[in-house]
Every structure is written in C-alpha cells, then in structure tokens.
Design a protein around this ligand. Structure first.
Ligand SMILES: Cc1cc2nc3c(=O)[nH]c(=O)nc-3n(C[C@H](O)[C@H](O)[C@H](O)COP(=O)(O)O)c2cc1C
Length: 195
C-alpha cells in the first residue's frame, strides 16, 4: 500500500511528531511505501481563491504542493497529524488542506472522484491539544472530515489526546504511544471498503 503522512506541527520532536512516528512504527516500512511530509519545512502558499482550479481541478500555484497533489492522488492510506491551535488545525496543516480546493473542484464541480486502488482509500486523524477542552477536537475534526471527503477518503478514525502540552509530554500518557502504533497497524491491516 502507498501510505502518506502529514506532520502539521512546527515543533520538532514535539507531541504530534512523536505520536505520528509511533503510528508509522506500526506500519511495516518494508511491506509498504511510506512517505512523510513535514509541512512546516515546506513551501506551501495559502489558497488564493483565484478560481484557477475551477474548470480544471488543477491548482495554478507552483510550489511544493505539486508532489503532495500527486501523492494524495495515488495514496491508499492518508494520515493527517496536527496539534490543536486556537481550537483548530495548525496553520501549516490548514494551508495544505485549503490547497485541496483543487480536489474539491475536481470532485464537486467536475464530478470526478479520485479512483481507489484494490485496498480502498482510508484516512487517520491524529490530534494533540494542550488544554482539556473537547471543542478543539470537534473543530479540528470537522475540518479534517471535509479534507478527507474532498480527497475521496470515505472513512477515517480519529485519535486525539488532550491535556498534553509540554514538548514530549505525550510520552508520559498511559496509552497514547501504544494506541498510535495500534492505529498504524490497523490502518494497513484493514481491507478496502469495496470488499
Ligand atoms: C499557537 C498555539 C495555540 C494553541 N491553542 C490550543 C488550543 O486551542 N487548544 C489546545 O488544547 N491546545 C492549544 N495549544 C497547545 C498545543 O496544542 C500543545 O502544546 C500541543 O502539545 C502541541 O503539540 P506539538 O508538540 O506537536 O507542537 C496551542 C499552542 C500554540 C503554540
């Protein structure tokens, strides 16, 4: 399977990155084609709402979204990992998500969904928040759901951890790392939804 993962935190070695690495540890890299995008290190301009993708489903901005578009199109499994910032996805994550407006045009205006491979298309959302307020998960989840459906991913479980603030504090959580590894294993173990 082709697995792609988006790391949306600016904090290197932070909680989101630790959680994402545990998830990827649950995925046998020898058996699967795994590709990680560290969004904070990439040149991704925010969507300009220029209408350039309306009639083609292709974004006209030339930056590092190019390889991401290709990767999303051919992926069997897509992991979106973000810290909760101001009750939503991080800006790094949201910029990439907004640029998927090109896929929105392709799907809803041009009526073309991304075809799925033999394993179907499935997502996984990982969230970490420093506060203990569920509203951050709900807001992030709503945006992530729009992202996944737009890129023709019909199902995605969500793994969220709240009250995890200091850098690396996720390691102290009683179940987070195990939960993440298990979510990774499950992500590639399950068969496609088409049967
Ligand atoms: C700009 C900013 C905004 C934040 N807003 C929230 C928030 O709304 N809700 C929350 O639970 N935590 C919030 N936090 C805390 C982070 O979610 C928390 O520190 C998290 O562990 C960061 O993950 P990371 O180490 O992967 O960057 C915020 C942190 C920053 C820097």
């Amino acid at each position: 399977m082709k697995v792609i993962a988006f790391h949306g935190s600016p904090r290197t070695g932070g909680n989101t990155e630790i959680l994402l690495h545990e998830t990827l540890r649950g995925i046998d890299a020898a058996a699967h084609d795994v590709r990680l995008f560290s969004l904070n290190l990439m040149n991704i301009r925010p969507c300009q709402n220029c209408g350039g993708c309306d009639e083609t489903g292709c974004c006209i901005i030339e930056d590092e979204m190019g390889p991401i578009y290709d990767a999303i199109r051919s992926a069997d499994r897509i992991i979106l990992a973000s810290p909760i910032f101001f009750f939503g996805l991080s800006a790094q994550t949201k910029a990439m998500v907004d640029r998927c407006q090109a896929f929105w045009c392709e799907k809803y205006l041009l009526k073309k969904t991304i075809p799925e491979g033999p394993w179907g298309r499935k997502g996984l959302l990982l969230l970490v928040g420093g506060m203990k307020r569920e509203v951050g998960v709900h807001c992030s989840e709503t945006t992530a759901q729009a992202f996944f459906r737009t890129i023709s991913v019909p199902h995605h479980p969500t793994l969220s951890f709240l009250g995890v603030d200091a850098k690396g504090a996720i390691r102290e959580h009683p179940t987070a790392l195990r939960d993440a590894a298990e979510a990774g294993e499950k992500l590639v173990a399950e068969q496609g939804y088409a049967g």
